[in-house]
Write a protein that binds this ligand. Structure first.
Ligand code: GTP
Ligand code: MG
Length: 148
């Protein structure tokens, strides 16, 4: 099954939105297969956002991401990479639809509460980076109530 890496950023943790993010993915019908609270440190965060290292906002992004604990999760289910991105909403909260996490809870791109992998390839890369210990395989009791 497809998996994605979802992370509640330090602002989301500080604002008590971890449960809200989990709730939305649970209610959608996805399966949680890994989760931890972490203080990843600068090196890890620079690896995670390596693609953006040349951007002007990169130093600020790393400072922001390194300012407190993050909640790291892997969610599994049909089209979860793309659907997860839809649930997060557009990067810039001004463009995020109401009903999305960023649309409902954010006003600033530099404090946008959550991260989600942008492709299956980057999901697999990010899951390996954040969960080198591996994920949990388990049978969820409602599987046949979520998928035909
Ligand atoms: P992530 O899920 O966090 O990867 O966001 P994204 O995929 O929607 O956007 P992208 O990967 O392009 O950027 C990563 C993060 O950098 C964003 O979520 C923002 O927190 C931050 N960021 C992106 N663009 C800007 C910008 O123009 N200004 C500032 N201050 N931050 C930005
Ligand atoms: Mg991104």
């Amino acid at each position: 099954a497809e998996r994605t890496y979802i992370m509640v950023k330090p602002d989301g943790v500080q604002r008590g939105l971890v449960g809200e993010v989990i709730k939305r993915f649970e209610q959608k019908g996805y399966k949680l297969v890994a989760m931890k609270l972490a203080m990843p440190g600068e090196e890890m965060l620079k690896q995670h956002y390596a693609d953006l290292s040349e951007r002007s906002f990169f130093p600020g992004l790393i400072t922001y991401m390194n300012s407190g604990p993050v909640c790291c999760m892997v969610w599994e289910g049909r089209n979860v990479v793309l659907e997860g991105r839809k649930m997060l909403g557009a990067t810039k909260p001004a463009d995020s639809a109401m009903g999305t996490i960023r649309g409902d809870f954010c006003v600033d791109v530099g404090r946008n509460v959550c991260h989600g992998s942008d492709s299956v390839d980057s999901a697999n890369h990010e899951i390996g980076l954040w969960f080198p210990e591996g994920i949990i395989s388990w049978d969820k009791a409602d599987a046949s109530w979520v998928l035909e």
